[in-house]
Design a protein around this ligand. Sequence first.
Ligand SMILES: CC(C)(COP(=O)(O)OP(=O)(O)OC[C@H]1O[C@@H](n2cnc3c(N)ncnc32)[C@H](O)[C@@H]1OP(=O)(O)O)[C@@H](O)C(=O)NCCC(=O)NCCS
Length: 199
Amino acid sequence: MFPDRIVSSPVLLRTFLTSDAPRVRMLAGDARVAEPTGVVPHPYGDHVAEGWIASHEHTRTTGAEFVYAITRHEDGVLVGAIALRPMANEHENLGYWVGHPYWGHGYATAAAQALVALAFSWLDCNVLTASHLARNAASGRVMEKCGFSVIRRGTRPHRGALEDYVVCGITAEAWQQWIEHGAAGDRRDATASSPASRS
Ligand SMILES: CC(C)(COP(=O)(O)OP(=O)(O)OC[C@H]1O[C@@H](n2cnc3c(N)ncnc32)[C@H](O)[C@@H]1OP(=O)(O)O)[C@@H](O)C(=O)NCCC(=O)NCCS
């Protein structure tokens, strides 16, 4: 139901191939990439990438999760991964990582913006949320550039320690307004139509 390929310049999102596994292991095996996430294992075992990629077809068919490789549109180089979970679990709706050599080029933002647009356009989805460690300012900025507002802050276990985290989100209505008003990149006022005010 979701497209296999999505162009969102400067990236092209596509489904993962088994042959991507060594590169996934190399990029996600970097502690700087894995550590801030709630889901990427660290250390990254030998066959983790193969198993992870093999699981995508099932999660995609059941509609539980749509996982895409983030590739550079200009040359197809795999730079990261992004997942949309239409039914949020403890990890919320959106998760992503980009390999360390590729940070700061707008790749995560372009990928996240594409999946947010897809979710609101294709799914019966009223609100999307995502969370990041409070110290993960880059991820917070990605969410901000998707129009997300801060919904709540808290503390939760993270790799054996308690960490401050931030949950951000956007309603379909707020997203519509956000794209119509030029998606300036500023974090919107969360009071008018925030996910929190709807729950
Ligand atoms: C978070 C992550 C996905 C961002 O990927 P990316 O492709 O570099 O992101 P983008 O280039 O699209 O945007 C990053 C933004 O954060 C900003 N940023 C980076 N480091 C920052 C910092 N320490 N403080 C504030 N802003 C920061 C960048 O300047 C950029 O904003 P700008 O476009 O306004 O200048 C990447 O750093 C990553 O994979 N980190 C490890 C995994 C992770 O944290 N995943 C998310 C878990 S919630």
